[in-house]
Design a binder for this molecule. Structure first.
Ligand code: PLP
Length: 543
């Protein structure tokens, strides 16, 4: 029955409202409601909701800096506020939106808040939000060219725009995944197939594969181990290589580790060199690593998840040295090119190798793959794929390469300003050089390190452990206050505070405010009576 017929039946039913006819009448009315609710929200109502939502989004964005950056609730506090069983009947959108306002928003860590300075400062922008909104009603599946020609072709185009911007040679082709972790897993699957053909068909044992080794610096991201786990290569076969004083992979140490593994009968499979490590944004010496990979016939994967985007800046072109020798490289526009999560591109020098490892066309999709076009389902384990390229396209067109470059430069400028503030306050020290938008620093009081690893403070020793605890507490306390949000990491075994800049809303004023909060918190914690009096000894005397 069509919607119109159902409505007519409903109308007819109300005209026959005699007791005798009531049963029929009620049944018709119920049918009418059911027919209406089986479709979508009526278009007038939907339009109204969309307008309301547009205002909601604009208000949220405009007032985000008035929100707490993070909640301070106990785990489970949000879930408790909702019914524990799913609703039997639908609810009006207004009621749902009011729960978003009252429960969801206060329960969020606001990654796009200008005082959110953690991880890799986030990439929400107005054009990005517009891009996400347009993507939602299209809701296509970009698995093959035929199922979504525009999504497929725009994806190929975006991959190529980024390739040109970061100066990768033309022979590199790519595919968009959700994350760099998924990218490195696919890259290593190709490396594995190159080193032991037939693993795809017969598995590692069936193909008689040796024990493979993968090398990444001690500063590299843990996605290397995750990939090894997923590919059956073994987490322990990811060897962590020592770094130099600037947190870059020590190429000499890499060579020694490889030589040792070869002597012991394992097979060096791949090296992962990082451009922009997670803790400090250091850049590994890629030309030297590339030479070693060639010598030992290993796959070279570059993890440029964060740092590769900076190659868009002419003054950063030097970081691309050696990239043309790589077999694969991952770039996360969702970390540094203002595309919101998720959008990560894996480039492979010979993309056909990736296709050969993953193409598998079931009968029911054969008709969809007849055109000699790219079918992105062939380039990974995922079949269903979002139209991610649309948001990237909207952002890139809205900002242009120059707009992106200008914003990245601003984040680098802010990082350097912050580093200067640290240098001028002798209670703090920089823990790593500034290379991109990341600052690692440590509160040390007025202490100076002694040769025995103790801080000599006003004649008393304060252990490194106590300073570690204090630095960690500063971060925890600031995050719990809801006024700013930062992270902590370990460098050379010591706890340091870490700021990542990348949010277009973060200005110098915000950063100054964050610096004042850090100073105040460090002062308060280092003089707090119930926290070890020993911290009093590292308090700087007020002038
Ligand atoms: N590589 C580096 C250097 C990272 O810093 C990160 C995450 O921060 C990753 C890879 C993993 O990124 P994704 O979340 O896209 O998997």
């Amino acid at each position: 029955m069509s919607w119109e017929t159902a409505e007519a039946v409903g109308r007819l039913g109300s005209a026959l409202a005699t007791p005798l006819k009531r049963g029929v009448n009620e049944r018709n009315a119920m049918q009418h409601t059911r027919q209406q609710s089986l479709g979508d929200t009526p278009s007038d109502e939907f339009r109204k909701q969309l307008h309301e939502l547009a205002d909601w989004i604009a208000d949220f964005r405009e007032r985000i800096d008035q929100l707490r950056v993070a909640p301070n609730d106990k785990p489970g506090a949000i879930r408790e506020q909702f019914p524990q069983r799913g609703p039997e009947e639908g609810e009006p959108f207004e009621r749902i939106l009011s729960d978003v306002d009252n429960i969801i928003v206060p329960g969020m860590v606001h990654w796009s808040h200008p005082m959110f300075l953690a991880y890799f400062g986030w990439t929400t922008t107005a054009p990005a939000i517009l891009g996400e909104i347009i993507t939602a009603p299209l809701n296509v599946n970009a698995m093959t060219w035929r199922t979504s020609p525009a999504a497929t072709e725009l994806e190929t185009l975006m991959i190529d725009w980024i390739r040109q911007w970061v100066h990768l040679p033309q022979q590199f082709g790519g595919v968009v995944y959700d994350t760099a972790s998924v990218g490195v897993m696919h890259a290593l699957a190709v490396a594995r197939e190159e080193a032991a053909p037939f693993v795809r068909k017969r598995g590692l044992v069936g193909a008689g594969a040796p024990v493979f080794r993968i090398y990444a610096s001690e500063q590299a991201h843990s996605s290397a181990e995750k990939a090894a786990i997923a590919l059956g290569l073994g987490e322990e076969n990811v060897q962590r290589v020592a770094t130099d004083s600037l947190f870059r992979m020590d190429a000499g140490a890499l060579r020694e580790m490889i030589a040792c593994d070869v002597r012991d009968g394992s097979k060096p499979l791949a090296a992962i060199a990082t451009v922009g490590t997670t803790s400090t944004a250091s850049v590994d010496p890629i030309p030297e690593i590339a030479r070693i990979c060639r010598e030992f016939r290993m796959w070279l994967h570059i993890d440029g998840a964060y740092g590769a985007g900076f190659a868009i800046l002419p003054e950063y072109e030097s970081i691309t040295a050696g990239w043309s020798d790589a077999d694969s490289i991952v770039v996360n526009p969702h970390k540094s090119l203002f595309v919101p999560l998720d959008f990560s591109v894996l480039y492979v020098r010979d993309l056909e190798k990736l296709r050969r490892v993953f193409t598998l066309v079931p009968e029911y999709l054969r008709g969809d793959t007849v055109e000699a076009q790219k079918n992105y389902m062939d380039y990974g384990i995922q079949l269903g794929r979002r139209f991610r390229a649309l948001k990237a396209w909207i952002i890139f067109r809205s900002f242009g390469r120059e707009g992106i470059a200008a914003r990245l430069r601003e984040h680098i400028r802010l990082a350097n300003i912050f580093a200067d503030w640290i240098r001028k306050d002798n209670r703090f020290e920089l823990a790593a050089p500034i290379s991109m938008g990341v600052i690692c620093f440590r509160f040390v009081g007025d202490a100076a390190p002694s040769p025995r690893g103790h801080m000599a403070a006003r004649g008393r020793a304060v252990s490194i452990d106590e300073l570690d605890k204090l630095n960690s507490e500063i971060v925890e306390q600031i995050n719990a206050s809801g006024r700013a949000y930062l992270t902590q990491t370990k460098l050379r075994g010591q706890t340091v505070m870490r700021i990542g800049l990348g949010n277009v809303l973060t200005t110098e004023d915000h950063l100054r405010k964050a610096w004042e909060i850090i100073q105040e918190t460090a002062d308060a914690l280092s003089t707090k009576p119930q926290i070890p009096n020993k911290f009093q000894s590292i308090k700087t005397p007020t002038p």
